[in-house]
Ligand binder design. Structure first.
Ligand code: PEP
Ligand code: MG
Length: 579
């Protein structure tokens, strides 16, 4: 059979193959059910709703047992919704009007979700997603072909769905090797979780995806946003090989989790995890992360209808902060704006800290919740898109206000992100006002190279000599003020950049959970003195390609010592140690 290649959008990189598992049974038919059969159909719909509630209760119990009580509580709201008399009555009416059970569940849950979403409350907006998610679960259970639709345990599967929520991705079992969505967006929450977990994901593949025959192979190329139905043998083998490599890397990371991230000449670099969800945190800690280096708090509120209140912050942050114990928790205050603009901020031109400082009540609410929840952690507050030392001082005043309102909470360290050329120019003053600096390489690289991060402006490599010069200037400012320098953009986990970042003096690298093990291994394979020389040489190059060679060469040289595999843009540069 010919391959069916579906072009969508890349959401999480990586190539994988697995048997199709349809996450939610589709609503196959809306044909009217003959009247005499409707009472039976009502029973089917009610049974599916209550079975969906039972599934969620079982999930909540598992989460409780795993010490994830806060998430269990969230899941249990779905259990309560499944028992909501209003929802049950709505489903029954829809069936008695003639809809088959799956279509009735879909219609009733959509109606309830829409009604909740229009109330304009951010907490309730999240509940609207929960009702939709409950509906999808119930539809799967009501569908006549549901039984036996899943590949047997132990078989690699590709989760095929129309859309998924972040919780759906976070609860996936080990058999799921990739995700393919007919709809969905690359910046959606679910994509963020998938990236953190190292699960390849392609989105926007179109309705044809949902015709994928259950149990048949599907290839997902999350880097290029392609899904392939009925893939040919060569394509399947390439994807299987990529998957084996990722698995080996993951297993190695778990084995090496207790090895220190210290260079061969004895220089320690802290590796932290970028985590907005508990699943990312767990995966990062399992691979040896020393804490959270970047918690993007805004991701939990991208659908919000108003500035979140203190209670909303608590609900969103508790699953991560409560699991950190005394480890570092770097909570970034809201970085709304650009591609992270919730409906209530539509049309706003400001971004990051500037926007937040224009809404002091919103900042105060976030700070109070963070200080209270972060009491047990080594809490650091991070400020996005800082442009001046005055802004840092304005937040210091807000932190003092919040501390007065949260008795007994220790004062947190305050860090400033350096993400724009203006911030680089003011880095010395910013460093003097802050307790640490953190380079946001994603924004900084685009700004320095003049490409549009959000408008398909193409790649902006952070190892480009001009970006490197901006980062080196930031490192000098941090050293001059004797404050820690963290790097938390994507470059902190790219093989061409990591040696150069260590070379310019980064003390901490904060990376996606799936890259924690690899980055720790790379640090063990480096010598700091060689990295410094390579960084100095890279600053003198004129092209990103020359700078990349200098960075990667160090990892290649160090591979025998560390037994690491070095990969760039999907191309294997080295698989060590050599026999
Ligand atoms: C960055 O810009 O590198 C960064 C970490 O912030 P974000 O990706 O959330 O904009
Ligand atoms: Mg940024």
């Amino acid at each position: 059979m010919a391959e069916r290649i579906l072009q969508g959008l890349p959401a999480a990189p990586g190539l994988a193959v697995g048997r199709a598992r349809l996450a939610h049974a589709r609503v196959e038919s809306r044909a009217r059910v003959p009247e005499p059969r409707r009472p039976l159909e009502v029973q089917r719909a009610r049974a599916a709703l209550s079975a969906a509630g039972a599934e969620l209760e079982a999930l909540a119990t598992r989460l409780d047992a795993g010490g994830r009580g806060d998430e269990a509580e969230i899941v249990r709201t779905g259990v309560l919704m499944a028992e909501d008399p209003g929802l049950i009555a709505d489903v029954e009416h829809a069936v008695l009007d003639g809809l088959p059970a799956p279509a009735a569940l879909e219609a009733a849950c959509a109606r309830h979700a829409d009604a909740i979403a229009t109330l304009g409350d951010p907490t309730l907006a999240a509940r609207a997603d929960d009702v939709r998610s409950l509906g999808r679960r119930a539809i799967r259970l009501a569908a006549p072909h549901a039984a036996g639709d899943e590949p047997p345990p132990g078989v690699d599967t590709v989760l095929v769905a129309d859309e998924l929520g972040p919780a759906d991705v976070a609860e996936l079992g080990p058999d799921v090797v990739a995700i393919a969505l007919a709809a969905g967006g690359p910046t959606a929450h679910a994509a963020v979780v998938a990236r953190g977990l190292g699960l390849p994901m392609a989105v926007g593949l179109g309705p044809e995806l949902l015709t994928a025959p259950a149990h048949e192979p599907v290839v997902v190329d999350g880097g290029s946003g392609v899904g392939v139905l009925t893939p040919g043998a060569t394509r399947v083998e390439a994807a299987a090989a990529a998957q084996r490599e990722r698995r080996a890397e993951h297993e190695q990371a778990l084995l090496d989790r207790d090895l220190p991230a210290v260079t061969r000449d004895g220089h320690r670099v802290r590796v932290l995890v970028n985590a907005a969800t508990r699943a990312e945190l767990d995966a990062g800690l399992a691979a040896g992360a020393e804490g959270v280096g970047l918690m993007r708090t805004e991701l939990a509120f991208l659908a919000a209808a108003q500035w979140p209140r203190e209670a909303d912050h608590r609900a969103a942050m508790a699953p991560v902060l409560s699991a950190l114990g005394g480890r570092t928790a770097t909570v970034r205050v809201f970085d709304f704006g650009a591609d992270k603009t919730p409906p209530f901020l539509a049309g706003t031109a400001e971004r990051g800290l500037e926007l937040l400082l224009a809404h002091p009540d919103a900042l105060d609410a976030q700070l109070r919740a963070t200080l209270d929840l972060g009491r047990e952690c080594d809490l650091r507050i991070l400020l996005p898109m800082v442009e001046s030392a005055e802004q840092v001082r304005a937040v210091q005043a807000a932190v003092a206000r919040a501390l007065a309102a949260v008795p007994g909470a220790p004062a947190p360290a305050l860090g400033a992100m350096i993400e724009t050329p203006a911030a680089v120019a003011a880095a010395a003053q910013i460093a003097a006002a802050a307790d640490f600096l953190s380079i946001g390489t994603n924004d900084l690289a685009h700004a320095v190279l003049g490409s549009d991060r959000f408008g398909g402006g193409g790649a902006a490599p952070a190892h480009h000599p001009r970006v490197l010069a901006a980062m080196a200037a930031t490192a000098r400012a941090a050293a001059g003020a004797r404050v820690i320098l963290e790097v938390c953009g994507e470059a902190a986990s790219e093989p061409a950049s990591v040696p150069l970042l260590v070379g310019i003096g980064a003390d901490e690298l904060s990376v996606g959970a799936a890259r924690v093990g690899a980055v720790r291994g790379w640090i063990r394979s480096l010598r700091r003195d060689e990295a410094s020389r390579a960084a100095a040489a890279a600053l003198d190059t004129v092209s990103e390609a020359d700078a990349a060679v200098l960075g990667e060469a160090l990892l290649l040289e160090g591979r025998d010592a560390a037994g690491e595999r070095v990969e760039r843009n999907g191309r294997i540069l080295a698989v060590g140690p050599e026999a």
